[in-house]
Design a protein around this ligand. Structure first.
Ligand code: PMV
Length: 314
């Protein structure tokens, strides 16, 4: 039987998380060193679709899936889009090297890989925009008001300058730069930190709107520097400024602060949390010669994993 395989990368948010929910600009880049993979094999049996996710210890049938099952939802949405009403006789195996629930886009990457594998299976062409729209529907399960940045950067697999509900803007990268991504090891459900920010904003709209606007200004300045291939030290300083804004929003944590400080002490140009915060991952911008030292320092400071990744010119 023929085998259909598809992958999708992880992502990091470089600038503007949280504020992006409130229509401020943000910047995200794909991280191809980690990947979600989907393997789809037609079975020829008449027993529907079997879904196997070994990392999650799950093995079940599409027909038995709960209403809030993310894998079942993306499969059903994709089958509806391809107008495949007859039941699919196949086995779908999902694996991923993207740590789950830690701000690296594992959910959006798995959904994207599922859509791509089903598109191959049915011999359908599907644009990144259409994939992104389908994946966005699933992102809503994780928190009710996703900005859409995760599904966009992962479906397009390109750096993006993202403003909610505006046409996608690809972000050209003038010069390669290197990020060290450090994992606190703590799972951080996005909806909790997003809900916290929403409550704080409702309690003190003036203060929070000025924090969101400040994050937006930082992202807009960073965009120009990235496009022009400007100095790493300037971009790093903007990351530090963005971290101060995120800490003021209340979404950093002692573990994130410790890793961010360790990266700066080890010579990073700048460091900040990435994603929802309260755990998950942090990122540090480094010159190539400093990458190994920063990664060692993060592991010594308690990071449970480190990824060194290059954002290539585009
Ligand atoms: O899913 P995460 O942890 O990468 O967080 C997404 C970024 C937020 O701005 C906090 C939420 C959103 O919808 O953009």
């Amino acid at each position: 039987m023929k085998d259909y395989r598809a992958t999708a990368p992880g992502k990091v948010i470089l600038f503007g998380e949280h504020a992006v929910v409130y229509h401020q600009p943000a910047i995200a880049v794909p991280v191809t060193t980690v990947q979600a993979k989907v393997d789809l094999q037609a079975t020829g049996e008449n027993s529907g679709l079997r879904i196997i996710a070994p990392d999650l210890g799950r093995d079940y049938r599409l027909a038995e899936a709960e209403a809030d099952d993310a894998l079942a939802l993306i499969i059903r949405l994709t089958l509806a889009r391809f107008q495949q009403v007859e039941s699919l006789q196949a086995t779908l195996i999902v694996t991923s090297t993207i740590p789950l629930g830690r701000g690296l886009g594992s959910g959006a990457a798995i959904s994207t890989a599922v859509v791509r594998a089903l598109a191959q299976f049915y011999g359908q062409q599907i644009t990144p925009a259409a994939i992104s729209d389908l994946v966005y529907e699933v992102e809503k399960l994780y928190h009710g008001t996703p900005s859409g940045i995760d599904n966009t950067v992962i479906a397009y697999e390109q750096p993006v300058y993202f403003i909610r509900q505006q046409p996608i803007e690809r972000l050209p990268v003038g010069r390669a730069f290197i990020l060290v991504v450090g994992d606190t090891g703590q799972v951080s459900p996005t909806h909790k930190a997003v809900g916290h920010v929403r409550r704080q904003w409702q309690a003190d709209p003036q203060r929070f709107e000025s924090l969101f606007a400040e994050a937006g200004r930082i992202a807009a300045t960073a965009r120009t520097i990235i496009e022009q291939g400007g100095p790493g030290a300037t971009l790093g300083a903007l990351m530090n400024d963005n971290q101060a804004v995120l800490a003021a929003m209340g979404v950093s944590s002692p573990e994130l602060d410790r890793l961010i400080e360790a990266a700066r002490q080890a010579g990073a140009w700048g460091a900040k949390l990435s994603g929802a915060g309260w755990g998950g991952n942090m990122i540090a911008l480094v010159e190539p010669e400093a990458a190994a030292a920063v990664s060692d320092a993060l592991l010594k400071a308690g990071a449970t994993g480190c990824i060194i990744t290059e954002v290539a010119p585009s």
